[in-house]
Write a protein that binds this ligand. Sequence first.
Ligand code: PHE
Length: 334
Amino acid sequence: KELIVEVAHFNASTKEELESFRIKYLGSKGVLKDLFAEFKNVDADLRKDFGQALNTLKKTAEEKVIQLTEILENSVEEKTLYGDLTRPGEPIELGSRHPISIVKNQIIEVFNRIGFTVSEGPEIEDDWHNFSALNLPEYHPARDMQDTFFINKNPDILLRTHTSSVQVRYMEKNQPPIRTISPGRVFRNEDISARAHCIFHQVEGLYIDTDVSFADLKQTLLYFTKEMFGKSKIRLRPSYFPFTEPSAEVDIYWGLETEIDYRITKGTGWLEIMGCGMVDPNVLKNCNIDPTKYSGYAFGMGIERIAMLLYQIPDIRMFYENDKRFLEQFRSVI
Ligand code: PHE
């Protein structure tokens, strides 16, 4: 009975200790074997008691071995899983730059090389900077062209519909010479489709100095398209913007080499990539720049559209879905 208590309280901290315990009690020359051999020598009136005690001892010892084996095996496993300091660490998944950022940075770099700085403005704008200062007075029909998101139904506070608002802010604070580009997010209450989204990105360009002409604008656009796309077959189509006069739309000839080229250029090979023009003297005046002394040009382009061309992306919605299978493909692009 003392042995039962001893066995019940036994504990082993190593497999070796447990093994010698097993041999001591349950082995072929162990304590239990001896005691069972003793059985026939026990007095008849004590036999029942002795037999029961022996069975309990055997059961307790066997259960102890099973229980301790389990504990020790688990802790060995734990040691090899977490306790081995020489194990290599879990691999860290590296992220990659979003294609919009990649293309934005490329555009910035191309214009930095010819002296353009980068400027930014707020995404929540007032009417003056997004519309009025840009020669779009209240009730001007051109305002309808840009489906505006207003904030709290306040007609004066809105999400900017283009980065041209940053032109105004920049001219209000700086006198010519001005050479700046303004990348940023813009918002329009448009139906979402493969080609249009309600949130997208633009880069605005602004160049103001003495004697700036339309020829300077065209030469800058030729330089840009050559650097950006490796080709500079472009055409300027007369257009209208309230803040530039004259105004033009820039198309690049992309060719029709692949199915996707065919889709994004609508099968003509030409693709519109930006709006541009000579800054309207009224806009200069609104921003306290003397239009009799200075002139300049401005342009604005959509980053998504350029990224879609460069990387053959057929659907604008892919930029905002955060699908890793899409994003991972830009890992090797800086
Ligand atoms: N702001 C115009 C747009 O969003 C683009 C533009 C910018 C046109 C500058 C001319 C000059 O469509």
